[in-house]
Design a protein around this ligand. Structure first.
Ligand SMILES: *Cc1c(COP(=O)(O)O)cnc(C)c1O
Length: 379
């Protein structure tokens, strides 16, 4: 059997929509993007969405929009994809890591206050695997110290905790439509916010700081444009938006499929002594972006290779950021700095979790994992 780690859900309906755009005049940012932004805002219950090229650019622009940069510190966790910390560096600010909760891998809100300094300007909580961080508590701390909250919601479009969705308690929430994410345009991202001025500023920042987007310049009587701030070239285009529009229609249906798949994994592994997995809390709906299991760090890599040998696609999400060569060299981080994140990083592995995964395929994965757990060497 050959089981891909991820399969997207782009089908005839999405392809038709792309073809429609390709037959039209406007390929860059225009009405298809605006339609997607409106629908995405509506889905989240948020006022404004700004389509960009990636979650990395979404995080970068959000920091810039709140004037965070050189000389500032931004707090996040090392248990994320490198994009989170890299975006902080792109803004000119310094990433300051705090450790995560052992049960969820999310930022440990109890450790935030201790890490705040006079330079701290913002917190970037990462909703790991699709489960939201303790946003109420983070919001309390942020209010007390006058900090901004920018959510890394790359894993979490469909998630909710204590009836709060991404974007509702924060100053901006950043999403990814990268190739393996819950909805995808190959590459793509978005920022959602309830702040009108910031939304306007983000619209400028995503396109060089220009006062008019191409579509506005082109439609109707010619108008001169100006540039009042230095922006970037991060605008989402109509082709990307056309791929995303339809997937948004099916987002809950496909979430339910992933929820079923994850529940089946949990049921199958809950009594296996050598396997544990992150906990989905009672008051939380996980977006179920990834399903990861935790195994013995001594055996993890061999199990990965064994599963690959059996044709099963696997991944590691994530080895902690502070131990990447660049971060060690630049900031002097050493092993032991964030023990919980390091422990998760050494024992974690992600299994295929997507709506197209069949029952037979999942059964094969479960059987293979259980077999591999009791075997040590590569076959
Ligand atoms: C994928 C991912 C990103 C980056 O998303 P891009 O759209 O590829 O820039 C950021 N944070 C997390 C947690 C991710 O998994």
């Amino acid at each position: 059997m050959k089981i891909e780690f991820y399969k997207h859900n782009i089908g005839e309906e999405e392809i038709e929509k792309v073809v429609e755009v390709l037959h039209s005049t406007f390929l860059t940012t225009g009405h298809v993007v605006y339609e997607f932004e409106d629908k995405f805002s509506h889905y989240l219950g948020c006022k404004y969405t700004i389509g960009v090229t990636s979650c990395t650019s979404a995080l970068h622009l959000s920091l810039l929009a709140y004037n965070i940069g050189q000389g500032d510190e931004v707090m996040t966790t090392p248990m994320s994809f490198i994009a989170t910390a890299n975006a902080i560096l792109h803004s000119g600010a310094k990433p300051v890591f705090v450790d995560v909760e052992p049960e969820t891998g999310n930022i440990d809100a109890n450790l935030i206050e201790k890490a705040i300094t006079l330079r701290t300007k913002a917190i970037i909580p990462v909703h790991l695997y699709g489960q939201m961080c303790h946003m109420k508590k983070i919001k309390e701390i942020a209010d007390k110290y006058g900090l901004k909250i920018i959510e890394d919601s790359a894993h979490c479009i469909e998630g909710m905790r204590e009836n709060i969705k991404p974007g509702q308690l924060s100053d901006a929430a950043c999403f990814s439509f990268y190739a393996t994410k819950n909805i995808t345009s190959g590459e793509g991202g978005a920022i959602s916010t309830n702040n009108f001025e910031i939304a306007e500023k983000l619209r400028r920042l995503r396109l060089h700081g220009m006062t008019k987007e191409a579509c506005e310049r082109y439609v109707g009587k010619y108008q001169h444009w100006d540039m009042d701030i230095l922006g970037w070239k991060y605008n989402m285009d109509n082709i990307q938006a056309s791929l995303l529009l339809n997937q948004l229609e099916y987002i809950e249906e496909r979430w339910k499929k992933r929820e079923e798949i994850c529940k089946r994994y949990e049921e199958a592994f809950k009594n296996i002594e050598k396997i544990s997995f992150p906990k989905v809390l009672q008051n939380s709906k996980s977006a179920r972006h990834l399903f990861t299991i935790w195994v013995s760090p001594q055996e993890r890599d061999n199990i990965l290779w064994n599963l690959q040998g059996k044709g099963i696609g696997v991944a590691v999400n994530f080895r902690p950021i502070h131990l990447m060569r660049f971060y060690r060299k630049e900031f002097g981080y050493k092993e032991g700095a964030f023990p919980v994140a390091e422990s998760i990083g050494s024992k974690t592995m992600s299994l295929p979790t997507y709506p197209k995964l069949t029952d037979d395929e999942q059964k094969y994965i479960i059987d293979s994992v259980i077999k591999c757990i009791s075997r040590k060497k590569r076959e």
